[in-house]
Design a binder for this molecule. Sequence first.
Ligand code: H79
Length: 419
Amino acid sequence: MAAQTTEAVPPERAAAREWFRDAKLGMFIHWGVYSQLGAGEWVMNDKNLTVGTYEWLASEFNPVKFDAKEWVATAKAAGARYITITSRHHDGFSMFATSATKYNIVDWTPFKRDPLKELAAECQRQGIKLFFYYSQLDWHHPDYFPRGRTGRSSARPDSGNWNRYQDFMRQQLTELLTNYGPLGGIWFDGMWDKPSADWQLDKTYGLIHRLQPAALIVPNHHLAPMPGEDVQTFEQDLPGANTAGFNTKEIGALPLETSLTMNTSWGFNITDTKFKSVPEIVGYLVRAAGNGGNLLLNIGPRPDGTIQPEAAERLRELGRWLAVYGPSLYGTRAGPVPPHEWGATTRRGDTIFVHVLNWPDAVLALPALHGRVIRASTFPRGARVEFSQSDAGTTITIPASLAGEPDRVVMLLTTSAGR
Ligand code: H79
């Protein structure tokens, strides 16, 4: 879309976008009242729970083992540069102190604490950015009316004031952007529930930009970017792919992100044991980076506030891997060769990192590069790599010493690495 490529962006936000492009890995957290049922964050909709039943469930929420310090340390040790957490999901329950509704963790539950406040302070302390996920779709609020495609069995009155609902959201966004220090940004979700409604984006985005000029707007609306937005995010898909069935294939010029579940659920799901392996996760991270995008890797903590050992263990191992291979990803941009089945390329200046993920042969042929290859070596160990370059392309011989690595990285020093 022409609008977003020509849009003038103030310097704070332009800098924040570049920071985002450098970051490469974020940790997504889906956590709320729904976690108690261990059946994912859609349980209210999926099991046709009414507002009354769900309100009782909310009144029981008491995550006594929640430890902000540990969550942030977990994210940092994994190599994540930011955390994105559900401040309010589709169930409409606010996981933060708000005066816009009593239906929030401080006023409604025995827990009484504001976990987002604790998390924000800890992120500040440990030097990691914080984004708030905020659902525009609401299965609880009476003013979310007319209803959309989902949340139709919650037994709400068949009336409501859409403008009042929009004002309610802006009141909450004002709180989120005022009471938690500088944010990375707001991650919106749920607009797809009512595609033709008036979401008053200009007004809402304008408010965000006024309150925090450096905050990024990351909309998960599955559409091409619109004015005021900063990141194009893809749910369960690499940028431009649409295996999920609801993503757009249209890629704009904005920074990119892929949100991904570590098993197959966002919110805690007690029967979901289909955790991705660490090499699989590395593959997603590398392919996202090869597309010029970040990976936003999700965990769904338990209702008591603890992180499942399966998830914690994978995050630790990912962090160990990144401690070695991170320099071939952090701060890079999409490389000159677009991602293929065999792997992906990233680039920093005139250095190209060839990430070989899935290639059975010793020799790999790359298409013609922009500049001349001066030297090829393994990364990070720097062992010499045989290569030959012609007008047709560059072939590299992948050293046998890299066998068994989830990502075999060859570094090419070139005279000019542009795409
Ligand atoms: O928060 C997580 C999920 O709860 C939420 N986004 C992630 C990050 C989410 N779940 N599903 N979706 C977003 C996409 C929804 C797709 C569908 Fe539909 C809902 C398919 C069928 C119902 C949208 C609405 C497409 C058709 C109707």
